[in-house]
Write a protein that binds this ligand. Sequence first.
Ligand code: NAD
Ligand code: UDP
Length: 318
Amino acid sequence: MRILVTGGAGFIGSHLIDRLMADSHEVICLDNFYTGHKRNILKWLDHPYFELIRHDITEPIRLEVDQIYHLACPASPVHYQYNPVKTIKTNVLGTLYMLGLAKRVKARLLLASTSEIYGDPDVHPQSEDYRGNVNTIGPRSCYDEGKRVAETLAFDYHRQNGVEIRVARIFNTYGSRMLENDGRVVSNFVVQSLKGQPLTVYGDGSQTRSFCYVSDLVEGLIRLMNSQHTGPINLGNPDEYTILQLAQTIQNMVNPDAEIIFKTLPQDDPKRRRPDITKANALLNWQPTLPLQEGLKLTIEDFRNRISSPEAQHLASI
Ligand code: NAD
Ligand code: UDP
């Protein structure tokens, strides 16, 4: 099949492309390189079945494809809050144009939605029928509400125009290739401990998250895309940790002498988050396979190589 991956030069997108290329598909990667990098897809650049298009999805584009994995959108709070209006445009206009493209060429579109649509949840764990608790005017709304509108658009194109959609609600995902300056918690703690800097826990660290390794997530995305289930379907690892536990785990694995310091908790930071994956399990026969310790080992190794190797430092600078 000919498959379009928007946001394909990013963290999850590039891992997804590796899988799609290995499965002998023809892949078009579309990215504006805001948080993505050419180095993530470097190995495919000369491949005859791979095409890279530098394009911003807030502008329309005409392409002919069979499937669209629609991932383009900065995912780290630091990056999506840097230019919030742009984040909303990316989620609303970008998704609108991709759905228009899907409608025109009769392609199936998978939307990378997020657990953030549940906001600061007052139901725990979160199942797909929970409608969420989102602040419409806070600093996270550009992303949370943007993704909620993206879901609405997807379902309206489906009901009104018969576009085949798949909606994945992705929970916190981590792994190799995250940016050093990504700003999300796993990469922050790993980079800080490798560099001998204090690990910055926001608040008292009692807030929880559930962390899924990227290869497990990619498997879930591919299964959902090729299933008969429209979704929404939660994809994430239900093992829940406090942020302080995560800091201590990474501290023990990398540098037991590293200090842990406490900083102000950002506004509207969700207090608890854990996916109910009953649906993914029943409908896609999917569940994560990599426990946190093993995924962290791979992630730490990847950052260690990047931080210490001059070649990697050079690649990071281009
Ligand atoms: P990422 O920031 O690494 O990747 C996003 C990619 O989209 C980057 O390559 C970026 O350059 C590109 N992009 C951003 N705006 C664009 C635009 N206007 N036009 C074209 N390209 C643009 O993030 P990620 O972690 O790989 O996340 C990928 C998707 O998965 C996002 O849609 C995100 O919302 C969703 N998601 C991720 C997580 C997670 O924990 N990683 C959780 C929930 C949802
Ligand atoms: N966090 C932290 N220190 C950091 C970065 C994040 O304590 O250096 C906290 C953050 O406040 C949140 C959790 O870790 O409670 C997860 O943050 P992240 O930005 O990774 O994702 P999200 O909040 O979107 O789930």
